[in-house]
Design a protein around this ligand. Structure first.
Ligand code: 2BA
Length: 108
C-alpha cells in the first residue's frame, strides 16, 4: 500500500478531487501554503494499493497546469541613497508535486 501526497495549485484542486473521486479513489483534501510563495495551495492524501499509483498520477497529470508567477524580491539596501527597483523573479509553479510513500492503513 502507498500513501500519495500531492501538492496542487488551488485553481486545479476541485477538478483533481472530483476526478479522483469519480474513479473511486478516496481522497483527503487539506488546505496548505507553499513556503516559498506563501500562497495557498492544496495538499491531497490518497492511499491506494501499489498497482493504482500510476492511475492516480495520471489523473493528477490531466488536471494540473504549470503557471508562471512573478515574485518581487526585497529591495536592496540603498548605500548611496539611490533606489534600484529589483526585477521581479519568474517562477514556474506546478503542475503538481507528488510524493509516494510506503504506508499501512488502519481503520479503527
Ligand atoms: P512554494 O514553496 O510556494 O513554491 C512555489 C514555486 O516556487 C515552486 O513550484 C518552485 O518553482 C519555486 N520555488 C520554491 N522554492 C524555491 C527556492 N528555494 N528557490 C527558487 N524557487 C523556488 P513547485 O516546485 O511546483 O512547488 C509548488 C508547491 O509544492 C510549493 O509551493 C510547495 O508548497 C510544494 N513543494 C514543492 N516541492 C516541495 C518539496 N520538496 N517538499 C515539500 N513541498 C514541496
Amino acid at each position: 500500500m502507498k500513501l500519495i501526497i500531492v501538492v496542487v495549485q488551488h485553481q486545479d484542486a476541485a477538478e483533481v478531487v472530483d476526478s479522483l473521486t469519480a474513479a473511486s479513489y478516496r481522497v483527503t483534501r487539506i488546505s496548505s501554503q507553499g513556503g516559498f510563495l506563501r500562497e495557498g495551495n492544496v495538499t491531497l492524501l490518497i492511499s491506494v494499493d501499489d498497482d493504482h499509483v500510476n492511475g492516480v498520477i495520471n489523473i493528477v497529470r490531466q488536471h494540473c497546469s504549470t503557471r508562471t508567477r512573478y515574485v518581487s524580491p526585497m529591495p536592496p539596501i540603498a548605500e548611496s541613497g539611490e533606489f534600484y527597483p529589483p526585477a521581479p523573479l519568474e517562477v514556474q509553479v506546478g503542475g503538481a508535486t507528488i510524493f509516494v510513500l510506503n504506508a499501512q492503513s488502519l481503520r479503527l
